[in-house]
Design a protein around this ligand. Structure first.
Ligand SMILES: Cc1cc2nc3c(=O)[nH]c(=O)nc-3n(C[C@H](O)[C@H](O)[C@H](O)COP(=O)(O)OP(=O)(O)OC[C@H]3O[C@@H](n4cnc5c(N)ncnc54)[C@H](O)[C@@H]3O)c2cc1C
Length: 495
C-alpha cells in the first residue's frame, strides 16, 4: 500500500491543471493547490497510526491488504463498516469530507452491478479497474455531472451538441470523447478519473451513453480549478483555521477529444443502462453523503457550544433550543445512514449490497434542504462578530492586540480563547467558506429535487392505497371483498 510520499510523487505526471488563468506545472508546491493536495495525502498518512490502520485497511483474499474504501459491500455489516470509515476519515480531516478514495469506490460499486448486465468484457473491464485501484491504492475522482446546457432539453436536443459528454469517434482500439463535466471534486489530486453518464437517456442519446476511466494526465484532459476564495483571499491563513488545513478543489473538467483505449470503456451506446448506472452511483454517493455529513456537522455544533460558552449563554433556553435543532439535523442523517445499511438489499446478479434507497434519500433530502437553517443557529448564538471580528493581523500587532483581547474577552469560562473561537465561527458562518459550503451542502451528491424524485421512485404506495381504498369503499379491494362476501352468501344460501 502507498505512503503519503508515494502518493504525492504520483501527482507529478504532467497533468493539465489551470488555476486563476495560469497553467500549474506542479500542484504539490502551488501556494493554494498544495492544500487540497495535502488533504488527499492525509488519507494515506492516516494509516501510519496503528489504530487507524486497523480500521482503514482490510485484507482481500487475492490482493492482500487493501484500502477499506475498496471493499465491495456484500452485506449490511460491510455497508456499516463503509459508513464508519467515511466518518472516521472525515473526522481525521478536521470535519472536511475526504473524498480521495470514496467517490471512486462509489462508482466502482455501481459499475460492478450494472456491468453484470452487460457483455462479459464490460464486467471484466470493471473488475480490472477495481483490481488496479485496490492493488495500486489509487486516488479516484468521478466526473458525472454534465454541464447540461438547457436543463429542460435532452442531450441530443441541445443547441450545442457537446453539453453532455459524448463519443465523437469509434475506432477499433477505443473511443474518442468530447464534452465537459462540472464540479469534479479533487480531480487534480486523483490518479484516475472515472466518467459516468449523469441521467437516463433515450435511443437518440446513444452517443451520450458512455462510461470509462482515464488517467488524470490523459492527453486532451484539462482541469480548470475554481478560485479557492476561502484560502487565497486571506493574507494569512490564520483566518481560515479549517480550510487552510483541509480543503477540496473542484474543477471544470474538459475532455477535448480524449482517446479512451477499449479496455477502459465500460459502457458505450447502451442507453438503457445509462440511467440505471447514473442512479445507482447517485445512491451510493448519497449514502456516502449522509455518512460524512454528520461529522462535518460536529464541527459546527462544537463551534456553537464554544460560542455559547464564550458568550456566557449556555443555560439560556433559546440557546438550548438552537443547539437541539442542530443536533436533530445531524442525527437525522446518521439515523438514515444506519437504517439504510440495515434495510439494504443484495443485487441478485452481482451479490453487491445496495443501501436502502428511501432511507438514503430521506437523510440526504433533509441534509440539503435544511443546511441554511442549521448554520443560522450558530450565527444566532455567536452574535455579530461572525461579520465584524478584527483580522488576525490586528491581533498580531502589539499596538492593537491589547484592546482586542481586553474588549472582546467574553465570559470567564473561555477566558483567553474567545478570539480564536470567534475566528473559527467566522470561517464557518461569516466568510467565503460559508458560501462555498452552502453550495456544497445543497447540491453536492445530488440536488434537493434529485432526492425527491428518488424517494418517490422508491416509495411503495401499495399498502397506503389499499387502506384508503378499503376505507373509502371503492375500487379493486372492495370489489374483491364484495365478491368474497357475495360468494359466502351464495354458498350459505345453497347449504
Ligand atoms: C461542492 C460540490 C462538489 C461536487 N462534486 C462532484 C463530483 O465530484 N463529481 C460530480 O460528477 N459532480 C459533483 N458535484 C455536482 C453535483 O452533484 C451537482 O451540483 C448537483 O447534481 C446539481 O447539478 P447542477 O449543479 O448541474 O445543478 P442543476 O441540476 O442545474 O440544478 C439547478 C436547478 O435546476 C433544477 N433542474 C435541473 N434540471 C431540471 C429539470 N430537468 N427539470 C426541472 N428542474 C431541473 C434543479 O432542481 C435545481 O433547482 C458537486 C457539486 C458541488 C456543489
Amino acid at each position: 500500500m502507498r505512503s503519503a510520499a508515494d502518493y504525492l510523487g504520483s501527482l507529478q505526471d504532467g497533468r493539465t491543471v489551470y488555476y486563476r488563468g495560469e497553467r500549474v506545472r506542479d500542484i504539490t508546491s502551488h501556494p493554494v493547490l498544495k492544500i487540497p493536495v495535502q488533504h488527499s495525502a492525509r488519507l494515506f498518512s492516516l494509516r501510519d497510526t496503528d489504530s487507524l490502520r486497523k480500521e482503514l485497511v482490510v485484507t482481500d483474499r487475492q490482493l492482500g491488504d487493501i484500502s477499506g474504501f475498496f471493499l465491495i459491500p456484500t452485506s449490511s455489516s460491510d455497508l456499516l463498516y463503509r459508513s464508519k470509515i467515511i466518518a472516521l476519515s472525515t473526522r481525521a480531516s478536521g470535519g472536511v469530507f475526504n473524498i480521495t478514495q470514496v467517490i471512486g469506490s462509489d462508482a466502482l460499486f455501481a459499475l460492478s452491478i450494472v456491468a453484470k448486465r452487460m457483455a462479459k468484457e464490460s464486467a471484466e473491464r470493471v473488475q480490472s479497474l477495481w483490481r488496479r485501484a485496490a492493488k495500486e491504492d489509487l486516488a479516484l475522482a468521478v466526473a458525472q455531472t454534465d454541464v447540461k446546457g438547457d436543463r429542460s432539453k435532452r442531450p441530443h436536443e441541445q443547441r450545442e451538441r457537446d453539453m453532455y459528454l459524448r463519443v465523437v469517434e469509434r475506432r477499433s482500439d477505443g473511443i474518442v470523447v468530447r464534452g465537459a463535466k462540472a464540479h469534479t471534486t479533487q480531480s487534480i489530486t486523483s490518479n484516475e478519473i472515472v466518467v459516468l453518464p449523469s441521467r437516463s437517456l433515450t435511443a437518440a442519446d446513444r452517443d451520450y451513453a458512455v462510461a470509462f476511466s482515464v488517467p488524470a494526465n490523459a492527453k486532451g484532459l484539462k482541469l480548470i480549478v475554481r478560485p479557492m476564495l476561502e484560502i487565497e483571499g486571506l493574507p494569512t491563513q490564520k483566518d481560515a483555521p479549517v480550510s487552510s488545513r483541509d480543503a477540496e478543489a473542484e474543477s471544470l473538467t474538459i475532455f477535448d477529444d480524449v482517446f479512451v483505449p477499449a479496455d477502459r470503456v465500460f459502457l458505450d451506446g447502451d442507453w438503457k443502462l445509462a440511467g440505471e448506472l447514473a442512479n445507482l452511483f447517485a445512491l451510493y454517493h448519497r449514502f456516502t453523503a449522509i455518512s460524512y455529513r454528520p461529522v462535518t456537522c460536529d464541527l459546527y455544533i462544537g463551534a456553537a457550544r464554544l460560542a455559547a460558552k464564550s458568550n456566557g449563554i449556555t443555560e439560556k433556553s433559546h440557546v438550548k433550543d438552537a443547539l437541539l435543532d442542530m443536533v436533530l439535523y445531524r442525527e437525522y442523517m446518521e439515523m438514515a445512514a444506519t437504517a439504510a445499511c440495515h434495510a439494504s438489499r443484495l443485487d441478485s446478479i452481482s451479490g453487491v449490497a445496495i443501501p436502502n434507497e428511501l432511507y438514503t434519500n430521506l437523510g440526504k433530502l433533509n441534509s440539503n434542504a435544511a443546511f441554511h437553517e442549521f448554520i443560522s443557529r450558530l450565527v444566532d448564538i455567536a452574535g455579530g462578530l461572525v461579520s465584524t471580528l478584527p483580522g488576525s493581523e490586528d491581533l498580531d500587532n502589539k499596538e492593537e492586540s491589547e484592546y482586542i483581547l481586553k474588549y472582546l474577552e467574553g465570559s470567564e469560562e473561555t477566558l483567553g480563547d474567545r478570539y480564536r473561537i470567534m475566528r473559527l465561527v467566522r470561517e464557518l458562518v461569516g466568510g467565503p467558506f460559508t458560501g462555498y459550503m452552502l453550495g456544497w451542502m445543497t447540491h453536492a451528491e445530488g440536488s434537493v429535487q434529485a432526492s425527491k424524485i428518488a424517494m418517490l421512485r422508491a416509495y411503495d404506495f401499495t399498502g397506503a392505497e389499499e387502506l384508503a381504498v378499503r376505507a373509502a369503499g371503492i375500487g379493486a379491494v372492495n370489489e374483491r371483498e364484495g365478491k368474497t362476501k357475495r360468494g359466502q352468501a351464495d354458498r350459505a344460501k345453497s347449504e
